[in-house]
Ligand binder design. Structure first.
Ligand code: SF4
Length: 416
């Protein structure tokens, strides 16, 4: 099979004349339109590493403020390694894919402990660190170390396929390794970092998956798919994993100005009566290291489930039954927050927010004292909760997942 791919590559290798012309045209275009991004203005190997990890699955615009804050707080690898993981996650809060932050922190520890604080000197060494895969190692080594290696992300993959192929079937059978080979053969040795960034920038702007702008493209003369007028068919769409529709509710319990949350590593489920515990829950490690809200299981969406999740009186009765022992006047209100959509991998979630507001200023009769400790309060709401919850102040640096962030946003503007 490998031989087959080799043949494809050899058959499609560009002549050096074509390659030189393409390289020159693309870099001239990139030089004229490259954005002044903070990690380009203040280049460093460490800053490149941080930016490349942040940029995975995330747009440049979203990353810029996070990168600035991160670099101010952890200006080098030793600062990062010395930090508490919770502080690193706090700075990452809202950026999503938190495993990236945990791996970054872990890798900083490895660099300090096993390499005396010296950052890796080539792509292979970078790739041995947690969280640094084929793409990131190529990007870091080419941009930060000027090593002539490719960095093939999804944009570069599309561009390379279009440069070399005008037949969708050939692209379908192409292995990632073959694409790396093609990418390697194209890297401009004198400016490898700029080259890789230029290829990705072209893919992110003119050479997009849908409606590529071939007539404005600086390398049309060298591009097989563009010249053949078949760019949009290259590469052919991959078969997508089928999305799984999920319905769930999160529970926002406010006690005056504070909120009841599970600390990192703990979690609690709110089960709907009569419903099986279907789907997966939030305990899978997806939100490891983050504070979480009580949540129902991830029910596979159905009209019956949606009806239960949207049923005000059910939620109100359920919560009031749990909190009745608090005494009159303490439950300020139980409200249905708004719904929102959220996706995690192939799970397409419709999330209903339930909100309850409790006040300590209600009836303070000796028969119904307000629980002194937050775990006592939590035990009223969740009698079976194995692990304590905490009443916490919502401060921007509190590391919470996107799911929690959106739930709070959808609840806080409700009128009591
Ligand atoms: S000519 Fe079209 S397909 Fe080729 S690189 Fe340019 S935009 Fe992409």
């Amino acid at each position: 099979m490998w031989q087959h791919h080799e043949e494809i590559i050899i058959r499609n290798q560009m002549s050096s004349i074509t390659r030189n012309g393409l390289q020159k045209s693309l870099l001239a275009w990139f030089d004229s339109c490259a954005r002044a991004l903070p990690w380009r203005i203040r280049p460093s190997l460490y800053g490149t590493w941080v930016s490349e990890i942040m940029l995975q699955q995330t747009t440049v615009v979203a990353v810029i403020p996070y990168w600035e804050r991160f670099m101010n707080r952890f200006p080098d690898v030793s600062h990062l390694a010395r930090a508490e993981e919770s502080d690193v996650l706090a700075l990452w809060s809202g950026l999503g894919y938190y495993r990236r932050a945990k791996n970054l922190h872990r890798a900083a520890g490895i660099i300090m402990n096993e390499r005396d604080g010296v950052l890796p000197a080539d792509r292979k060494q970078w790739q041995s660190l947690p969280g640094v895969g084929a793409y990131a190692s190529g990007a870091i080594a080419s941009i930060g170390l000027k090593e002539p290696v490719p960095a093939v992300d999804s944009n570069a993959r599309r561009v390379l396929c279009r440069w070399f192929f005008d037949e969708p079937d050939l692209v379908s059978s192409l292995k990632p390794r073959s694409l790396e080979e093609l990418g390697s053969g194209m890297v401009m040795a004198s400016r490898p970092g700029d080259w890789n960034e230029a290829v990705m920038e072209l893919g992110a702007t003119l050479c997009r998956a849908k409606s590529p702008q071939c007539e404005q493209c600086p390398v049309l003369d060298f591009c097989r798919a563009g010249l053949a007028g078949v760019a949009e068919k290259i590469p052919p769409p991959r078969e997508r994993e089928q999305a799984i529709p999920i319905a769930l509710a999160t529970l926002v319990i406010r006690v005056d100005d504070q909120i009841l949350l599970y600390p990192p590593g703990k979690t609690g489920l709110v089960l709907l009566p009569g419903q099986p515990e279907l789907g997966r829950d939030d305990t899978s490690g997806l939100h490891e290291g983050l504070w979480s809200l009580p949540v129902t299981p991830w029910y596979v969406e159905s009209p019956a489930i949606s009806q239960d999740l949207d049923n005000d009186s059910f939620v109100v009765d359920w919560l009031k039954a749990r909190l009745g022992s608090l005494g009159p006047g303490k439950i300020a209100d139980v409200v249905m927050g708004r719904k929102f959509k959220h996706s995690i991998t192939r799970y397409q979630m419709k999330v209903r927010v339930w909100e309850i507001r409790i006040t300590k200023k209600g009836d303070l009769s000796p028969e119904s004292p307000f629980p002194e400790r937050s775990d006592e309060l939590a035990a009223l709401v969740f009698p079976k909760a194995k692990d304590g919850m905490h009443l916490v102040n919502l401060v921007p640096e509190l590391p919470v997942s996107k799911l929690v962030e959106k739930s709070l946003a959808k609840s806080k503007d409700q009128n009591v």
